[in-house]
Design a protein around this ligand. Structure first.
Ligand SMILES: Nc1ncnc2c1ncn2[C@@H]1O[C@H](COP(=O)(O)OP(=O)(O)OP(=O)(O)O)[C@@H](O)[C@H]1O
Length: 127
């Protein structure tokens, strides 16, 4: 069966930039973090599988992660828990200022970044 990702990339062979966002919403301890970590790993495994089968195309994968709690945005890839500002950019739309963006080297690198997210999402939230 063809995956959604495969159909998207096959239908849009000239797309040079594609950004996907996934949001999880739910009460405390309902499984948001658990679910997001699983979805991210399966999605990226699919992406790397596609890349391996399409050597004629060049790909750059970038990864960011943030948490929104009580209307405060925090960077899950940063040890600094200072709230981040949302800006309205006329061309890019809503932008999270100074959000860390890591260029993914491989799936092992992603696994390491996800474990950083697990640690930082467990931080106490500043009052
Ligand atoms: N589908 C699942 N199967 C097994 N364990 C799960 C599942 N979903 C969540 N858990 C476990 O339940 C606990 C709470 O889950 P998790 O931390 O993902 O919740 P959360 O919604 O992110 O919580 P918070 O809002 O406090 O950040 C964790 O110990 C997690 O491992």
């Amino acid at each position: 069966m063809t995956s959604v990702l495969e159909r998207l990339l096959n239908d849009l062979p000239h797309v040079y930039f594609y950004s996907a966002s996934i949001f999880a919403y739910g009460q405390t301890s309902s499984g948001k973090t658990y679910t997001m970590l699983g979805i991210t790993q399966y999605t990226v495994a699919d992406i790397y599988d596609y890349i391996r089968r399409h050597e004629e195309r060049a790909f750059d994968l970038k990864f960011s992660a943030m948490e929104i709690y009580n209307e405060v945005v925090r960077d899950l890839l940063s040890s600094n828990s200072t709230p981040l500002r949302l800006l309205d950019d006329p061309e890019r739309g809503t932008v999270v200022e100074k959000l860390t963006e890591e260029i993914l080297r491989d799936q092992k690198h992603l696994k390491k970044l996800l474990s950083v997210c697990e640690e930082t999402s467990a931080r106490d939230f500043p009052e």
